[in-house]
Design a binder for this molecule. Structure first.
Ligand code: PMP
Length: 387
């Protein structure tokens, strides 16, 4: 049992066993606690001990902010999973891929003499727009949908463009490719979800700038660790300057902890995290599909299975989020309909999409998922039979 301070918000008592009445279930954030049972089984192998006198210095012995051992394990992880080429790439660390996103956009817009437009494909992760607007750089403007830009007259090879490609996409889980190309276009590939839990691994990505997040790799979102694979030395140097001037590198304790975790998952034990995580999400999708197959009011995204180079089999997509559409004309605000049914999702408009959509997180704890399913069953059972 967990300490009561770690109970799901709908449970109480010292062992989290009492369910509160009418408690709204949280299906909002992508807190990746679906991997918690794996780490409970690996409690000993994954544990870290940090004495007071350990890792006090700013730098490692080679005078950098980067653990070379961790860098090596990350390269090994990509080669074991087969999801990214790491040869001839610099690896940069950040406090979550959130910090690296800002560093990448900063580095790529800095090289441009004219202002740069930041584009992506809707529905998209809100952070790109939020960061661009918050940092409010004279060099950069968030302009939204990349395909609209493609058709516009402004696609003139003069205006500088950064396209962020999220693959698999948040919120809908689809594999994406860049919409724009040309000498004036630079691309940032956000591969936070390109792991065998969420998608078949169809190829090794081999791009100029790719970002990954520990949050969706091991599930340790709270460690705040992400990394980037960067081909170009000049872009890497500029990103490095950004990291140095904003945080003087990533916490050495975090790097040590991440090293310990990644060693467990690239080790050759019988307990394999990707089988475990995929199995969990596959079961969750089966349950969800079964319930929503009885509904004409709500529909889910569908993505055709593909061959996975990691599992060496054709595999279903099991995205981190359900991207639910409210099909009835009168159901204009899908988020509110779920909210009334005691389910807190994230509204489609947060992703630049319509209010007809709501995102439900499927990667939270088993308690959250079970409660979500209870609430969904109730909601769907209210539909008139044969409607
Ligand atoms: N990119 C995408 C697409 C995400 O969904 C997230 C967080 N869920 C991030 C980046 C940021 O991840 P973090 O900062 O935790 O590494």
């Amino acid at each position: 049992h967990k300490p009561s301070c770690e109970c799901n918000n709908c449970y109480t008592s010292t062992d989290c066993s009492i369910l509160l009445q009418d408690c709204p279930v949280d299906a909002n954030s992508g807190d990746p606690l679906f991997l918690e049972p794996f780490w409970m089984r690996q409690a000993e192998r994954s544990a870290v001990l940090v004495s007071g006198w350990h890792r006090m210095s700013y730098l490692y012995q080679d005078g950098t902010y980067v653990s070379r051992e961790l860098e090596r394990v990350i390269r090994k992880l990509h080669s074991v999973v087969g999801n990214a080429v790491t040869d001839n790439r610099f690896i940069i660390f950040g406090s979550g891929s959130t910090q690296l996103l800002a560093a990448a956009v900063h580095a790529l817009s800095l090289t441009n003499s004219s202002p740069t437009s930041l584009l992506t494909s809707v529905p998209c992760y809100a952070m790109y727009k939020d960061q661009a607007e918050f940092f409010d750089s004279a060099n950069l403007k968030f302009e939204g949908e990349a395909s609209a830009w493609k058709q516009s007259e402004r696609n003139d090879n003069i205006t500088q463009v950064i396209e962020i490609v999220t693959s698999p996409n948040n919120p809908d889980g689809k594999l994406k490719r860049a919409v724009l190309d040309g000498p004036n276009v630079k691309t940032v590939h956000d591969h936070a979800y390109y792991w065998p839990y969420f998608t078949p691994i169809t190829h090794q990505v081999d791009e100029d700038l790719s970002l990954f997040s520990l949050s969706k790799t091991t599930g340790h979102a709270g460690l705040r660790f992400g990394w980037g694979l960067v081909k170009d030395k000049d872009v890497y140097d500029k990103m490095n300057t950004y990291i140095k001037l904003t945080s003087m590198g990533v916490s050495k304790d975090t790097q040590f902890h991440v090293l310990q975790l990644l060693k467990v998952i690239v080790g050759d034990g019988d307990d394999e995290i990707f089988h475990f995580g995929y199995g969990t999400l596959k079961k969750r999708w089966e349950i969800l599909n079964k319930i929503l197959s009885m509904s004409t009011r709500f529909s889910l995204q569908t993505i055709k299975p593909e061959y996975c180079n990691y599992f060496k089999k054709v595999k279903d997509f099991t995205p981190a989020y359900a991207w639910v559409k409210c099909e009835r004309e009168e159901d204009t605000n899908c988020y509110e309909i779920f909210k009334e049914a005691n389910i807190t999702g994230r509204s489609g408009n947060v992703f630049g999409s319509e209010d007809k959509f709501v995102r439900l997180s499927l990667i939270r704890s088993q308690d959250d998922f079970d409660l979500l399913i209870d609430m969904l069953k109730k909601l769907v059972s209210q539909e008139p039979v044969g409607a």
